[in-house]
Ligand binder design. Structure first.
Ligand SMILES: C[S@@+](CC[C@H](N)C(=O)[O-])C[C@H]1O[C@@H](n2cnc3c(N)ncnc32)[C@H](O)[C@@H]1O
Length: 387
């Protein structure tokens, strides 16, 4: 087989539906900054693409190439590198190129059982797979460089995966004709912010711009550095207070995970004012109602401090959901992840529909508020939007 025949064969094999994963390595020039390239098939807007992950000295970059542009891309790379490993559903291939571009092709048939496993993996490609190394998870210390989830990080990995499922469900509500603008309020160490970026930009190839905002300067500096190293050009991190953040006029998706107490309400109010199409919010430390709730009809419950605390937290989230419905959101309270059976385990999911509330809806909310003697912070924040 000569070099030209190799190029044609690889292009055909990478695009005929049997390709699983590949690596191009051994740069011809030792001084080349690009060390290796990983490849895998992905589906973007219903069409097969090959994703190239370029591993430079310090950073990783990604590029999604459509099938009709694959030949020139492969040619460019195989002129720079001397080795290709590729795994297909029926065989494993190893190609070695000599200095003068002579081709040595070795292949090994794989068992049908392996084929089944691999097709299963490909199906799971949409969400994060346990044995695939993801650069952001390796960098954040969740996975080892070869893709094993670290023992003490299994819960985190499941939580991230669950969150990605919610992101995936939300896709239909996001705009398709322009850059999707996403904000993560109280992003902290930003596991989910990176997961969101990875999933929407790298896996799905969507045009997005993501901002993580947090009060903590050192954490934000660390996250900015990681984003830069990973080549995540449209992910930025800013130091700031949710309540003072007035940089934008419109945002498509607002995310908060465990933003403490009323920081969640501030974020929800901001999201509504921007007309965000999707809100995903996992609240925590809901103290507000605990101080306010007073209802003789509920004393059988509220006389117990433990019950009062849990009741207040659940009532807070119910009120948040109700308020979001009153300002035009289809809202659900869902189980986030079953690792903690606490009120922290609730995810508020709201999709903007613009549906107007009826008088009965308003009365239902007012009656509930009266029953508890509650003066919800979110209601004050939403102000005239509720009228
Ligand atoms: C419990 S941590 C959660 C971090 C991250 N979302 C996660 O789930 O890993 C809450 C974060 O919210 C941030 N935070 C709290 N109030 C905030 C506010 N008013 N403005 C910006 N960030 C805030 C804190 O600094 C903290 O990093």
């Amino acid at each position: 087989m000569n070099f030209e025949e190799l190029m044609k064969l690889l292009t055909e094999r990478f695009t005929n539906g049997t390709f699983i994963t590949g690596t191009i390595s051994q740069p011809r020039s030792k001084t080349d900054d690009l060390k290796r390239v990983r490849m895998k098939p992905i589906e973007l807007r219903g069409e097969l693409h090959i994703q190239f992950e370029y591993q430079f000295e310090r950073i990783l970059k990604h590029e999604n190439i459509s099938v009709n542009k694959l030949y020139p891309k492969l040619l460019e790379l195989l002129e720079q590198f001397r080795q290709v490993h590729a795994e297909f559903s029926d065989e494993k291939v190893h190609v070695q190129l000599s200095k003068k571009f002579k081709v040595l092709w070795k292949s090994e048939k794989v068992q049908s059982e392996k084929v089944l496993n691999l097709s299963h993996n490909r199906k799971k490609n949409y969400l994060l797979d346990e044995n695939t190394p993801y650069p952001f998870l390796v960098r954040l210390g969740v996975q080892t460089p070869d893709g094993k989830v670290k023992k003490q990080k299994h819960d985190k990995f499941r939580q991230i995966n669950r969150f990605v499922e919610f992101i995936d469900d939300s896709l239909v509500h996001l705009p398709k004709d322009r850059t999707i603008r996403i904000l993560d309020f109280g992003s902290g160490k930003s596991y989910l912010t990176f997961a969101l970026y990875h999933y929407l930009r790298i896996e799905k190839g969507l045009d997005i711009k993501v901002t993580g905002l947090d009060l903590k300067k050192e954490v934000i500096e660390e996250c900015s550095l990681i984003a830069k190293d990973l080549g995540y050009d449209d992910l930025e991190f800013l130091v700031g207070d949710i309540n003072d953040y007035n940089e934008e006029t419109s945002i498509d998706m607002v995310v908060t995970l465990h933003a403490c107490d009323i920081a969640t309400d501030m974020a929800l109010a901001r999201a509504v004012k921007w007309g965000a199409k999707v809100i995903l919010s996992v609240p925590c430390c809901q103290h507000e109602l605990f101080q306010q709730v007073h209802s003789p009809a509920l004393d059988v419950m509220l006389q117990h401090g433990l019950i009062k605390e849990r009741f207040s937290a659940l009532a807070t989230d119910s009120i948040r959901a109700e308020l979001l419905s009153l300002v035009g959101y289809e809202t659900q309270l869902l189980e986030f992840i079953d690792m903690e059976h606490t009120p922290k385990n609730i995810l508020i999911r709201a999709y903007h529909t613009g549906k107007k509330p009826t008088d009965a809806d308003r009365t239902r909310y007012t009656e509930f508020k009266k029953l508890l003697n509650a003066k919800p912070f979110l209601e004050q924040e939403l102000g005239s939007l509720l009228e």
